[in-house]
Write a protein that binds this ligand. Structure first.
Ligand code: HMG
Ligand code: MG
Length: 303
């Protein structure tokens, strides 16, 4: 097993990171964060969510953010949309890609989007078909693929069922979320192998939260098993409002450092990324959680 030669990193900090901040980050800071991230060479910067503002007040300014960002050619700026109302907002504010978000666990699905799994797939169907008709790229998240905060273990068969159903709806790519970061490399290997015979691995992404410090090992394991898209957040920002105890995503800097050191291309300028995380950390008043960012920043201090 070897790593792919190129990995596509999907930066989720402005959405997954900022949706979990205790306070609401100012719109201009969000825009500054997204614009700086896009200039580091990241090919995809997930920008915000068109969801109910009572459920996620941190991202209630989704439309303003989408109107203000400086869109670079070649960079995609996906937004989360749970339903047609969300899609309307995404279209009105010129999103180029949307993501529907379901779960492999029944209990998480109900807590997160107030729908059973089957109801959620029914809710997504018109969203995906309308988005495709409008020429948008569509991503589908499947959360809780390696464990659920409410249900505990999640059978692999359920992950395979929901992932396959997402592709049947017509999504271009499915991101597998270890929402609460409980997975291990062995579990990830089993997960990817369970999906390998069922779906195109080239259209899968992994989305590893780093609660137990396994995010990097888990992501590298998936990449060794044939996945080539990974979601991360700059500085390791994040968590999940409906997953008690979930920590941030694997930090983008940690993955970029590991991949570049292993001869894998990402297109990302690591120094510029660390500058961006340091800038965002200043806005939030705390140091980035990323170990690679901390190491690079302290090396710079000593130079
Ligand atoms: P609901 O209450 O069942 O919605 O919520 P509803 O369809 O019954 O509508 C109720 C009201 O909400 C109506 O307004 C709708 O218009 C309004 P009223 O008629 O009462 O005035 N409404 C909306 N307003 C704004 N934007 C919308 C929207 N839709 C309906 N899009 C709903 C269902 C899905 C809307 C709600 O549960 C929700 O917004 N949930 C958001 C959950 C969320 O964002 N979670 C975090 C993201 S997922 C995640 O972080 C995991 C991930 O990172 C992967 C991983 O780590 O595993 C992706
Ligand atoms: Mg997440």
């Amino acid at each position: 097993m070897t790593l792919p030669t190129d990995v596509t990193i999907v930066e989720v900090g402005p959405r997954d990171g900022l949706q979990n901040e205790p306070g609401v980050v100012a719109t201009d800071v969000k825009v500054g964060f997204i614009d700086r991230l896009a200039r580091t060479g990241l090919p995809v910067v997930e920008a915000t969510s068109f969801v109910h503002p009572t459920w996620v007040p941190q991202l209630a300014d989704a439309g303003e953010v989408m109107d203000a960002i400086d869109r670079l050619d070649g960079v995609r700026y996906p937004v989360l949309v749970p339903n047609e109302r969300g899609l309307d907002g995404a279209l009105e504010h010129r999103a180029d890609e949307v993501a529907v978000f379901g779960a492999a666990s029944e209990a998480f699905s109900r807590k997160n989007i107030n729908r059973s799994i089957d109801e959620s797939l029914e809710m997504f169907a018109p969203v995906v078909s309308r988005a495709k008709d409008e020429g948008l790229r569509v991503r589908g998240y499947v959360s809780t693929v390696l464990g659920c905060p409410y249900q505990g273990e999640v059978p692999l068969a359920d992950v395979v069922r929901v992932t396959t159903a997402m592709f049947e709806l017509g999504v271009d790519e499915v991101s597998l979320g270890d929402t609460i970061g409980v997975g291990t490399p062995g579990a990830v290997r089993g997960l990817v192998r369970a999906l390998a015979g069922e779906v195109d691995l080239g259209r899968l992404a992994v989305h590893m939260h780093d609660t137990y410090g396994q995010g990097l090992a888990n992501t590298l394991t998936a990449l060794e098993e044939g996945v080539s898209i990974a979601d991360t957040s700059a500085g390791g920002l994040g968590g999940c409002p409906y997953a008690p105890g979930a920590k941030g995503n694997l930090a983008t800097e940690d993955l970029v450092y590991a991949l570049h050191g292993s001869g894998v291309t990402t297109g990302v300028d690591l120094d510029a990324l660390v500058d961006t995380s340091a800038w965002m950390a200043d806005q939030l008043g705390r140091a980035p959680a990323s170990r690679a960012a901390q190491a690079i920043l302290s090396k710079r201090d000593r130079a």
